[in-house]
Design a protein around this ligand. Structure first.
Ligand SMILES: CC(C)(COP(=O)(O)OP(=O)(O)OC[C@H]1O[C@@H](n2cnc3c(N)ncnc32)[C@H](O)[C@@H]1OP(=O)(O)O)[C@@H](O)C(=O)NCCC(=O)NCCS
Length: 178
C-alpha cells in the first residue's frame, strides 16, 4: 500500500513571510500534490500563468491536457492552500521519467519548491519501476541549468538550442532541500 506521505509531502518554504501572487503564505509550507487531469483542466489558467515563466513557447491548453504515458500519475503541483505555487509535468519514456515542464511562481523562487517537486516525482518514478530522470533546458536558460545541476542532473548532450540532462532517479530523490 502506498503511504499517504508519498502522495502529499509537506515541504517548508524558507521564508515564513513569503507571498504567492500577492497572497500571504501563513504557515510557510507548501504541499506537493498529484496533478490529475481534472485538476489541470480546472486550474488551467493558473498553470498557464506560471508556465509563461518558462523560456520558449508556452504550452497551449491542448498540450496541457494531452495524454502521455503515466502523465497523470507522475505529474505534481506545489500548493499553498488553494494557491498553485508550482508544477512539474512528467511522463514515462521507457526506463526513464521525462520532465516536460517545471516552473515555480515568481514570488516563491529559491525557497526549495522546485527541488521538492523534483524529489517527489523522482520518488514516484522509482515506485513505478523507472531508473532515470531526463529533462531538456534551453541553452540560454542559465537559471534552469543552474537549478538542474544543483538538483543532481548532469549534461548528457545537446539537441539544437536545448541542453539534454539526465540523472539516476535515486540521486534526485535523495537530494536535500536547502
Ligand atoms: C528553475 C525553477 C523551476 C527553480 O525553482 P526554485 O523553486 O526556485 O528552485 P529551488 O529553490 O529548489 O533552487 C534550488 C537551487 O537551484 C539553483 N537555482 C535556483 N534558482 C536559481 C537562479 N535563479 N539562479 C541561479 N541558481 C538558481 C540554486 O543552486 C538553488 O539553491 P540555493 O537557492 O540554495 O542557491 C524556477 O526558477 C522557475 O520556475 N524558472 C522558470 C521556469 C523554467 O525555466 N523552468 C525550467 C525549464 S527546464
Amino acid at each position: 500500500m502506498k503511504s499517504k506521505r508519498s502522495h502529499r509531502d509537506q515541504i517548508p518554504t524558507r521564508d515564513p513571510g513569503a507571498s504567492i501572487s500577492g497572497m500571504s503564505v501563513p504557515d510557510a509550507a507548501c504541499t506537493i500534490d498529484p496533478l490529475t487531469r481534472e485538476l489541470a483542466r480546472e486550474r488551467l489558467d493558473d498553470l498557464m500563468a506560471i508556465d509563461a515563466l518558462v523560456i520558449g513557447e508556452p504550452w497551449n491548453s491542448v498540450q496541457w491536457l494531452h495524454d502521455l504515458p503515466d502523465k497523470w500519475e507522475l505529474s505534481r503541483v506545489a500548493m499553498s492552500g488553494t494557491v498553485i505555487a508550482g508544477f512539474l509535468v512528467a511522463s514515462r519514456k521507457g526506463d526513464a521519467i521525462h520532465c516536460h515542464r517545471i516552473a515555480v511562481a515568481a514570488d516563491v523562487n529559491r525557497r526549495g519548491v522546485g527541488t521538492a517537486l523534483m524529489k517527489n516525482v523522482a520518488a514516484h518514478g522509482i515506485a513505478h519501476g523507472a531508473t532515470t530522470f531526463t529533462v531538456k533546458a534551453h541553452q540560454t536558460n542559465a537559471r534552469s541549468l543552474s537549478f538542474l545541476q544543483h538538483t543532481g542532473f548532469a549534461i548528457v548532450g545537446r539537441d539544437g538550442h536545448n541542453v539534454l540532462l539526465g540523472a539516476p532517479l535515486s540521486t534526485i530523490a535523495a537530494r536535500a532541500i536547502a
